[in-house]
Design a protein around this ligand. Sequence first.
Ligand code: HEM
Length: 423
Amino acid sequence: MNTTTTGHRALEEQIGAFFSAQVEAIRWPYPRFAEWREHGAIRWDGGPAVVATRYSQVKALMAGDLPVSNDGHATGSLADGTVSRLPARQHRIFHEIMEFESNFMSRHDGESHRRLRRIASRAFTARRIGLLRESIQAHVDELCDEMAGDPAPDLKRQLADKLPVRVIVDLLGVPQSDRDMIWGWAEAIAAHFTISEESLDAAEAAISAFRGYLAEMVERLRRTGQGPDLARTLLGRRDEEKMTETELQAMYLLILFGGSETTTNLLGNGFRALQDHRDQWDLLAEDPSRVRGAVDELLRYDSPLQFLPRVAHADFDLDGVPVRAGETILAVIGSANRDPDVFPDPERLDVLRPNRNEHVALAYGAHYCLGAALARLEGEIVVDTLVRRFPRIRLLDPDPPYAGSAMLRKITSLPVELDRTAV
Ligand code: HEM
């Protein structure tokens, strides 16, 4: 890093404010990211961690080109620093949550990751995801009808918050009548990615309730042979590679959290981006066949997941910053996706951008998002339906509020005026 002492202190403060999710720092972090990229990789003493801000760095971390592990939530300098700042009674809770989450395939490396991914991939074939198209469209139509009948519609609360959990509930194969309870768990689990005393207590309660719910489901499946297709696929048939029951619970939780909170934010952030760039919305309304590719530009422009932790298992050098074994590296996806070396004029939303699908919002390499096709499909159906049904929809709040998370870029409300003549 190439900074003066004052420069370093200012960067330390900015980085600390962002990763501790201070309201002003997470509202619109992109100008700050541009400053950070000037420095490349930055040592953040407050974490402590090394912050990777450029596209080439973030991609190399994901590509397996560097000696890093995916277990950066539970281990490494940042996790140790976070635990040391928690009161003693919460250390046990932190470690219990991390121990269970260590069953997430996204936290595994090498062969144990490949094994879990092979099994899970059976549930995410293009055919299976394609089969969801009709039910997703039906959910979107119903939610749009509800918005149209509301005197003060809110697109975040009435559509973006509601659709992904409905789709995940269909995918998990559990009753839609349980979805409010399931969304409550997903929100509590998502909140613990900004670790605090309250968020850990709530996440522990939600994880334990969800595991109890799944244990009953598996027990019923074993007793009666009746149960969700997904669970059957993951538990496997005789002589087939299969998951243990704990791995199945972790997989369900990963799909629930990974597939609902993230997609909700793609829909909310994407809609805001298109409203802030009305010319781009109009391009899609003029010709909805453009929507499909546009979803990737929405993912690039305002990425739902802003960073991922990795932990070094050997010493290496990240563009001049020495990284030592055991140190956390924070790969800032939101910054990589606005790197002008890869995306010219990166602060501009351009739904026709030629290389829009080079973004790393859905990761890259071995851990590339398993639900990518589903996320894109939901994005496509929502934007397509909105531009057709409400071409003149208007966002009423140009500066919407964000929930307190740095990792998940999460708008809380999007009040809109619908184009009633087109309903
Ligand atoms: C816009 C929505 C989404 C975004 C931005 C997103 C982003 C990501 C990212 C960045 C990763 C890499 C995690 C890591 O390496 O630590 C990932 C992995 C994963 N995602 Fe998604 N995701 C989305 C939607 C979904 C959906 C809809 C599902 C499932 C229904 C899903 C399931 C998964 C799973 C299972 C993994 C682990 C893959 C592995 O480790 O091999 N995601 N996702």
